[in-house]
Design a protein around this ligand. Structure first.
Ligand SMILES: *Cc1c(COP(=O)(O)O)cnc(C)c1O
Length: 218
């Protein structure tokens, strides 16, 4: 399949998963995960009309997107872990940060948004399977963390993001994330990747982050 055909196919699958679950297709955004992809491949998707992209490293994203963002009205999502010394650059380049995973980062983002007069959309990353090696706020600690972000740092958190444990059924984890979002009054759910986005959509995803299925193996 050509990149264009792959893109059309993904949109078809997203629409179908939405309709199958009684949802409107436009309730689900496709985030094209362009990490490790060069500008030529990114351009193919831009030319096809895609405007929402995800990158997991600040420096790589700066190199690729600083120029492109001047010419295209792109919404760029940070989906990888953010180091404190990169917060300033991240806040200037990205439009959405999906990976707030500790108080220090939340505080630094609040400060940088003030300094740069930028208002980003913000998500908290949840370590939904409570895996020792994984980033994200533990489910047990989420409610307090949401409160902290809102009251102490004045952050308007929009939603939650997760990556379920490898080798497990993803559906229960997606369902759990939806439940956590609902009880904290959060409307956005970034969940589902190439292998499981249809299940994520059934469980309420409002955006899916897709790389491999769009670009082929990295
Ligand atoms: C790489 C990545 C994706 C995309 O994964 P694919 O399996 O290639 O679709 C989604 N989310 C995050 C956080 C990633 O790092």
């Amino acid at each position: 399949m050509s990149p264009h055909q792959r893109l059309q196919h993904i949109h078809y699958l997203i629409d179908r998963a939405a309709k199958d679950s009684g949802r409107q297709p436009d309730e689900v955004q496709l985030i094209c995960v362009s990490k490790n992809q060069d500008e030529h491949r990114i351009k193919t998707l831009l030319d096809a009309g895609e405007r929402i992209f995800g990158e997991n490293r600040v420096q790589e994203a700066q190199k690729k997107w600083s120029a492109l963002k001047k010419n295209y009205d792109v919404e760029l999502h940070l989906i990888g872990q953010l180091q404190s010394n990169k917060v300033d650059e991240a806040v200037q380049l990205f439009d959405v940060i999906e990976t707030i995973d500790r108080p220090k980062i939340a505080q630094a983002i609040a400060k940088a948004m003030g300094e740069h007069k930028r208002q980003l959309k913000l998500y908290i990353e949840v370590n939904i399977g409570a895996e020792p090696q994984k980033a994200g706020i533990l489910p047990d600690e989420l409610d307090d963390f949401v409160k902290l972000c809102r009251s102490d740092y004045g952050l308007a958190i929009e939603g939650l993001m997760c990556i379920p444990p490898v080798g497990h059924q993803a559906a229960p984890y997606f369902g759990f994330l939806a439940q956590l979002a609902q009880r904290n009054g959060l409307s956005k759910l970034s969940m589902g990747m190439s292998a499981d986005f249809d299940i994520a959509i059934q469980m309420g995803a409002t955006s899916v982050r897709i790389g491999t299925a769009l670009f082929g193996q990295r």
